[in-house]
Design a protein around this ligand. Structure first.
Ligand SMILES: [Zn+2]
Length: 215
């Protein structure tokens, strides 16, 4: 990848991911960024090491008698799992390909108006993950956030009030950010976005459409 990643995950998100306490939609987005970003992978390793050290210092609690034998018996009885080799390469990072069961051609897009398309991914209810397809030069309506919104660029780029975000960049938006992301003219922009609360649109039309799009 020629693009240098400039926008990274916060320590708070990496720590929560390492602790396993993020909603599934956020975990998926963090995993996708980490798979594209050496810097965040190294930082995540550091947090994982802290977790490992904590576990080592925990007092052991005894398991019931026969636990080891039962486990070994299960391992011996297990038949080797035949796994299809996931396709690597393509536009989507590996954690996303695992979710979708393929690359971009396997995504089931739904139009949301103005040429923008989305595909909501199956995750637990606390947060929503969606793929967004924004045609080159198109804008996402001006909006604010009631919770946290993570946006990871997979293809193309977008510009908003904060900066320009290219492939691998992740924008972490909170209650204090209002923005109007506009896709670069060079290529259609594809993003993975995770939200834990409905967005706050200023214009009436997107507000009316909101409940139907689950945005
Ligand atoms: Zn990063």
């Amino acid at each position: 990848m020629t693009h240098t990643i400039k926008h990274h995950l916060t320590d708070a998100l990496l720590m929560a991911y390492s602790a396993g306490s993020l909603p599934e939609a956020f975990s998926l987005t963090v995993a996708a960024h980490v798979s594209m970003c050496d810097e965040c992978r190294a930082r995540l390793d550091a947090f994982d090491t802290v977790g490992g050290a904590l576990i080592e210092q925990c007092e052991a609690s005894r398991m019931s008698a026969g636990s080891l034998d039962a486990t070994m018996a299960l391992i011996r009885a297990a038949r080797p799992e035949v796994k299809t080799v996931p396709r690597r390469g393509g536009i989507l990072p590996a954690p996303l390909q695992d979710y979708i069961g393929g690359d971009l051609d396997a995504v089931r897009w739904r139009p949301v108006g103005m040429g923008v398309k989305q595909a909501i991914l199956p995750t637990s209810k606390e947060a929503t993950a969606r793929l967004l397809y924004i045609p080159a030069g198109a804008a996402v309506p001006d909006h604010g956030h009631r919770g946290t919104e993570l946006t990871l660029v997979l293809q193309g780029a977008f510009v908003d009030e904060v900066d320009r975000f290219g492939p691998g960049d992740i924008e972490v938006a909170n209650e204090d950010l209002n923005h109007t992301p506009v896709a670069d003219i060079g290529a259609d922009c594809i993003c993975l976005a995770a939200t834990d609360a409905p967005l706050r649109f200023r214009a009436l039309m997107p507000r009316l459409a909101q409940p139907f799009l689950r945005i």
